[in-house]
Design a protein. Structure first.
Length: 390
């Protein structure tokens, strides 16, 4: 990691810290806590009774359906707890030996680990994922007669969503099955959202038809031929492009969406097939470079064809794709047995059966240390293998 990267990260962290310091000072000066708006370091919480009423109304309707859902969630969550541990352990091996098959784990740091443009597609997915997760915790808590202490809107660092806070004392005294149902309802909700968006992706969109052009340099031989942003390039020198559908992390094997592009053998003369025609181009004067930038993901037209503009179709596809992927990630990571995640609470219900206090505490610490090491190793090896900050 060179000095420029250190400088970029330092400037980013300094800017974020100053922003939150300003927010904190303004909140204290205006005494916003009297209006149920609480500001702490890197956290903003807005509490409202209206959200509590919404949860109560939701839980009172279709009680039997919620009961079936919460019971099924227990089995799903137990499977997720085992699956998350297994997949993250296996991913460490892949990062060490087969990095091309590994899934990279990085924190979302705008401008550092992710560009601001992709963030526009990711934030709606995070908002829906977190809010759905917390709403289902609240609905099932009400179903199990656990009072809700507070609920509302939460902004943590740069991530925002809804939150629900059940009464800790009532939760602690509740039966084990009630705890299991409440804890498992959140990750199961994320799986449900991911499943629904996966269906929408397969129903509303056709198979990929090529790579979408992000920009064309004025120095490109294709620029004078009319190729511009949002054009589709389907083939170069006989190699079909954009055939690889985006993978779902930890569910389907990872495939580089641009793998066909990397196989290209650029010669002095190339044949480029696009939605605007087939071009036979000489690259002798252009150092064998097309000077064209593509979007990372291939273009899948909607079932409505050209009735919907291409930018709208592509944006909708990306939002749904990230919603599916992020909700899968939420479900998996939330069931890791690391405090304060749902997986820790789930495991703690089992560990509470151990009568020996010293043994129970020792097992809890070891379990936390093991799960936390899985996260740290996956992130650390991702940064090293893929040179995220280089």
């Amino acid at each position: 990691m060179n000095l420029d990267v250190y400088t970029r990260v330092g400037v980013y962290l300094a800017f974020i810290s100053l922003f939150w310091l300003a927010v904190y000072i303004i909140a204290k000066t205006l005494k916003l806590d009297k209006k149920n708006l609480y500001v702490k370091p890197f956290i903003i919480i807005y509490k409202t009774a209206k959200f509590n009423k919404l949860l109560e109304n939701m839980s009172s309707k279709y009680k039997e359906s919620w009961r079936y859902y919460s019971t099924l969630s227990v089995f799903l969550a137990f499977g997720l707890l085992l699956f998350s541990t297994y997949t993250l352990t296996g991913n460490i091996f892949k990062l060490l030996v087969k990095s091309e098959e590994a899934v990279g784990l990085v924190p979302i740091l705008p401008g550092v680990t992710i560009g601001f443009e992709p963030l526009l597609y990711i934030l709606p997915a995070i908002l829906i994922g977190l809010t759905t997760h917390e709403i289902m915790h609240g609905v099932v808590a009400k179903l199990e007669n656990i009072p809700i202490e507070s609920s509302g809107i939460l902004v943590a660092f740069l991530i925002f969503g809804g939150f629900v806070e059940p009464n800790e004392e009532a939760f602690r005294k509740s039966e084990s099955i009630s705890k299991f149902r409440i804890l498992s309802s959140g990750p199961s909700a994320n799986l449900t959202v991911a499943f629904i968006t996966l269906i929408l992706l397969n129903v509303l969109f056709q198979q990929p038809q090529g790579l979408l052009v992000y920009s064309v340099s004025p120095d490109s031989p294709l620029y004078k031929l009319g190729l511009d942003s949002w054009s589709i390039v389907s083939e170069i020198n006989g190699v079909k492009l954009g055939l690889t559908k985006p993978s779902i992390p930890f569910i389907t094997p990872y495939q580089n969406p641009l793998k066909e592009l990397n196989r290209l053998n650029i010669t002095d003369n190339v044949i480029v097939k696009t939605d605007k025609g087939v071009f036979n181009i000489s690259l002798v004067e252009f150092n064998r470079s097309l000077n064209v930038r593509f979007y990372v993901y291939p273009y899948s037209p909607s079932i409505f064809g050209d009735l919907i503009p291409r930018p709208v179709t592509f944006t909708g596809y990306l939002i749904l794709m990230y919603m599916c992927n992020i909700n899968v990630a939420f479900a998996i990571f939330n069931m890791l047995p690391v405090y304060p995640l749902d997986g820790y609470g789930f495991a703690d219900v089992f560990l509470s059966k151990i009568k020996n206090h010293t043994l129970r505490k020792t097992v809890t610490i070891c379990l936390n240390a093991f799960a936390l090491s899985l996260l740290i190793l996956n992130m650390g090896l991702t940064f090293l293998r893929f040179r995220i900050l280089s």
